[in-house]
Structures are given as structure tokens and as C-alpha cells.
Design a protein around this ligand. Structure first.
Ligand code: SIN
Length: 369
């Protein structure tokens, strides 16, 4: 599909939004304002684009899965939802344009640096990041730990490509800009605005491969909802984040190598041995139940700790914390991930290892963030 046709499809989708009650001064969706237009008296929100399905293009409006993520640029995305310019002075910037399984640490470091730079400016009210949904929770959690500001940071994606009939990207972007413009959103950590709910970066998980309600915070709950298009908060995390963080990635080029080992019946420790041989600095073991480790794997992990590798017990079970279990796990120096899922435990361990390899200190970080 040519970009011009795509743009028209996007503009049509955007037009359907003008009747939304949130837009009190609903106007006909005439020519989309230029992405960098400045409107006096409105909050300033920067939108940093990284790709994903929200910028995805398929061959037809009914194609929901076979599409190319990360196809449209930031200017097209912003022009397709003219209503965001009624809420804020929206400035766009392209950081990357990839499907999110291809997000790498250099993109995270670039994002973190740019967000910290932007939010340090008094005239910037908030930042929105457009992102693929596959690894959205990981980028959200990384930023939750390294952004040093109270100002709202909102990540948004879509489950249906921009060309789809009933695409979810435009309304998600509109909600994200609303949230980033809202003073009550300050100090809540990095948030995810999708499907009319607000999730916090710490507890959110992608829970469904296909559905638009895929982002959930099972057990610990949403931070809030969009009610009649406006963000309303019901909950706040008690864990440290953003402005309370001790992590600083300024000047880093990479993060320490940490892998996840996914437990299964008859695991004989082959991958654990390979991880140690590869020279990793940390291992997150996604164990069965309350972070259980099969005896054959335990022998390898115990040896890894003795060599100075930090090992964290997480769980492949989607809900509930990984806590103290049999004494010999503690005695061997295996740490506990708490309610962080393995992919988030990995990120916290990477950041922890930029500061220390002291197991007590690292466990403290798992208990506080
Ligand atoms: C991606 O994560 O980039 C593809 C899937 C999506 O955005 O929903």
C-alpha cells in the first residue's frame, strides 16, 4: 500500500474520533496541523516514536496480523490524529522505527537520555513514546528505573496496524497525549495508555498475543482508567521509580549481560552451563511454582554464584511473588525476584550490576523497586 493511501486511511480513522466527548471543541477534521506547530497556552508534549504496530502498514484494511510494523514515520502518525493538537503542543521525534522484538539497548539508552534531557526543560510537560507492544513492558520498566523526573512519561502502542479497520492506535495516542498533559499524572512512574486503561510500568504485562485488551496488571491492578476520555487514578505503586531512582545510565554504551533460563521438566542444566560458559554476569531463572529450581540446574547455578555470577530466582508462573523457599536456595546465594516477571527481573538485575555485585545490595534493590 502506498503511503499516500495509508495516510488517507489514517486520516479517515482520525476523523471518526472527532465526535469523542473528550474533545469539547470538536472540529471538523480539516487539514491536519503540521507536527511541529506551536500553540500558545497548551502543555508541551514530546512524542518519541520507535515503531511497532501503531506505525504498522498492511496490504488491506482487514489484514490484522500480516503487516510490517514500524513503517510510518512520526509526522504521519501525528498528522493522522489531529485532535492531539487540541490538547497539547505536540512535537515529534523519530528515535527508531522497528518492530519491538528488535529494540536493543542502544535504543533504550538513547530514549532515556533524550527523555531526561527533555523533561529537564521547564517548558516540557510530558513525554509520550510510541512503541511496539511485544516488548513494550520491558521498555516501560527500564524507563521507570532510569528516568529522573516526576513529569509524566507515557508509552503507547496498538494491537492493530494503522491501516486496519477499527485501528486502536489513534485513540490510544489521543489518550496518551491526554495523560502526558495531565498534572495529576506527575509522580506515578512510567505509564501505559492503551485500551482506555492506565497501567503502571512495574506491574503491567502483555497477557494476550492478539487482543486489544492485552495489557493488564494481574492481581496488583490498573493505576486508573480513561473515563469519558479523561484519565482518572485509583491506585499508586508503593515501589521506588523515576525521580527516586539510584540508577544512572548516562554515558553507558551497553548493559551487563544477563540471561533468562526458562525452567521445564527434565531440565538437565545444559542451558545454565552454556550461560556460565558464555561469561554472563547474571542469570534470572524462570522457575516453576515459587521459583523452584530442579536439582541438576541448582548444582550449576550454585557453582555460578561461587564464580561471582548473580543468580535471581523468578517464576514462569504469571502471578504471585517469588519469595523465600527451601533454605538451601538462600544458603547458595540465590536472590528472589518478588513479583517482577523474569523479563523485568532481568532488567533490574542489569541495572543493579552497573552499581554493585554485592548480593545483599542487589536483593535490597529487588525489595525496593
Ligand atoms: C511489535 O511489537 O513491534 C509488533 C507487535 C505490536 O506492536 O503489537
Amino acid at each position: 500500500m502506498k503511503i499516500r493511501q495509508t495516510f488517507i486511511a489514517l486520516a479517515v480513522t482520525a476523523a471518526a474520533l472527532t465526535a469523542a466527548p473528550v474533545l469539547q471543541a470538536a472540529e471538523a477534521p480539516v487539514a491536519a496541523p503540521a507536527a511541529q506547530t506551536v500553540k500558545a497556552g497548551k502543555p508541551t508534549v514530546w512524542i518519541l516514536a520507535t515503531g511497532g504496530t501503531i506505525a504498522g502498514v498492511a496490504a488491506s484494511a482487514t489484514e490484522m496480523t500480516g503487516y510490517k510494523a514500524g513503517s510510518l514515520g512520526i509526522d504521519t502518525l501525528l498528522a493522522a490524529v489531529p485532535q492531539i493538537h487540541d490538547i497539547a503542543d505536540c512535537r515529534g521525534e523519530q528515535i527508531a522505527n522497528v518492530a519491538s522484538p528488535n529494540i536493543k539497548v542502544d535504543t533504550w539508552l538513547k530514549l532515556a537520555g533524550r527523555i531526561n534531557e527533555l523533561l529537564a526543560k521547564p517548558e516540557v510537560n510530558g513525554v509520550v513514546i510510541t512503541h511496539g507492544t511485544d516488548t513494550l513492558e520491558e521498555t516501560a520498566w527500564f524507563l521507570n528505573l532510569v528516568v529522573r523526573s516526576d513529569k509524566p512519561v507515557v508509552i503507547v502502542g496498538a494491537m492493530r496496524p494503522a491501516t486496519a479497520i477499527s485501528a486502536d492506535g489513534p485513540v490510544n495516542l489521543l489518550n496518551a497525549v491526554k495523560l502526558a498533559s495531565t498534572p495529576e499524572a506527575k509522580g506515578r512512574g512510567v505509564m501505559i495508555a492503551m485500551n482506555d486503561v492506565i497501567n503502571g510500568a512495574r506491574d503491567v504485562q502483555k497477557t494476550n498475543t492478539l487482543r486489544v485488551d492485552t495489557f493488564q496488571s494481574p492481581e496488583l491492578g490498573y493505576l486508573g482508567y480513561f473515563e469519558a476520555g479523561n484519565p482518572v487514578f485509583y491506585r499508586a505503586s508503593t515501589r521506588k521509580h523515576t525521580s527516586q531512582t539510584e540508577f544512572d545510565v548516562t554515558g553507558l554504551k551497553d548493559l551487563p549481560p544477563v540471561v533468562i533460563l526458562y525452567s521445564h521438566v527434565a531440565d538437565d542444566g545444559t542451558l545454565a552451563k552454556a550461560a556460565v560458559a558464555a561469561g554472563v554476569k547474571g542469570i534470572v531463572h524462570a522457575g516453576t511454582g515459587n521459583g523452584s529450581v530442579p536439582d541438576d540446574v541448582f548444582k550449576v547455578l550454585k557453582g555460578a554464584v561461587e564464580q561471582g555470577i548473580t543468580v535471581v530466582r523468578g517464576a514462569r508462573v504469571p502471578n504471585g511473588p517469588t519469595i523465600r523457599s527451601v533454605a538451601y536456595f538462600e544458603e547458595a546465594g540465590l536472590l528472589k525476584a518478588g513479583t517482577l516477571n523474569p523479563q523485568k527481573a532481568r532488567i533490574l538485575l542489569q541495572l543493579a550490576l552497573t552499581k554493585t555485585s554485592d548480593p545483599k545490595e542487589i536483593q535490597r534493590m529487588f525489595d525496593e523497586y
